[in-house]
Write a protein that binds this ligand. Structure first.
Ligand code: GLP
Length: 261
């Protein structure tokens, strides 16, 4: 696992966007794994600037979302599909028809989960997965206790996550759905490169477990320690509980040019 500690939240976006630009320069039809929440917003803004500047094109790309709420109306502003359209698709040149997400409105939710797994497989898997982390260590919507080998399925959100996400629903916890469809931890772990971004002191405990804690379903993000190519990009506040912060910084500063991530 590579840990990069930046000076600002914007810089986490720049570093992740750089990795994405490099990927698409080498593989124009690469498959991008996209996440919602506040953490990836700096990445999407940066990707938009790169597309405008002509250094990046997602014209041949396809994308897969991590998760979706169950039961939100198709036009709901906080439906993850709507969020990704607004925050990413509108800023870049990706074909919206090639952006996929689990169908939280399906009458057969289990069938929708199986179909989603199949769609990811048929696309050849995810090349680079953008990931955030919840304050309770969840990735996508894999809450504490999730099987570390899980596949796309229905999950019940914890009250912590519903409280955290209430800010997107006018502060009303009751407006946050109780259920979601989420890629499983096993599904996420199949992405060839995972870039996790986290900023702010409220993420420090989760980042501490994720990077330096014991692997446990109690902190689902800890499974990334088993991933052969995971990059964790955090600001100083999110890194504030890392024991080896100095070592990670020295390693990154001394990284030779040829060893791009
Ligand atoms: C949400 C999403 C996750 C996200 C996490 C953190 O519940 N399902 O994909 O990583 O919470 O969100 P944020 O980046 O807003 O802190």
């Amino acid at each position: 696992m590579e840990v990069i500690i930046t000076d600002s939240a914007e810089a986490t976006g720049t570093i992740a966007a750089e990795a994405i630009e490099r990927l698409y320069a080498a593989k124009p039809a690469a498959v991008l794994g996209v996440a919602t929440g506040s953490s990836p917003l700096a990445i999407y803004a940066d990707l938009g600037r790169r597309v405008d500047a002509g250094t990046l094109s997602l014209a041949q790309a396809s994308a897969f979302m991590l998760d979706e709420y169950v039961g939100l109306a198709a036009d709901h502003a906080e439906r993850y599909r709507t969020v990704i359209e607004r925050e990413l698709v509108a800023r870049v040149d990706i074909d919206s028809g090639r952006v996929h997400g689990p169908d939280g409105a399906a009458s057969d939710l289990r069938g929708a989960c199986a179909a989603y797994e199949e769609a990811i497989r048929a696309a050849g898997g995810v090349d680079l997965q953008i990931l955030g982390v919840g304050t309770d260590g969840h990735i996508a919507f894999n809450e504490p206790g999730s099987s570390l080998a899980s596949r796309t399925r229905i999950k019940t959100l914890t009250s912590q996550t519903r409280r955290d996400n209430a800010r997107f629903f006018g502060g009303d916890v009751e407006a946050v759905p109780r259920h979601c469809l989420t890629q499983g931890i096993g599904t996420i772990m199949e992405a060839r490169h995972i870039v996790l971004v986290a900023t702010g002191r409220h993420k420090a405990e989760a980042v501490h477990h994720l990077v330096e804690g014991s692997i446990s379903a109690m902190w689902p993000a800890t499974i990334l320690q088993m991933h052969p190519h995971a990059t964790v990009v955090v600001d100083q506040s999110a890194a504030s509980r890392l024991q080896l912060a100095g070592y990670y910084t020295e390693t990154y500063e001394a990284k030779p040019d040829w060893q791009a991530f």
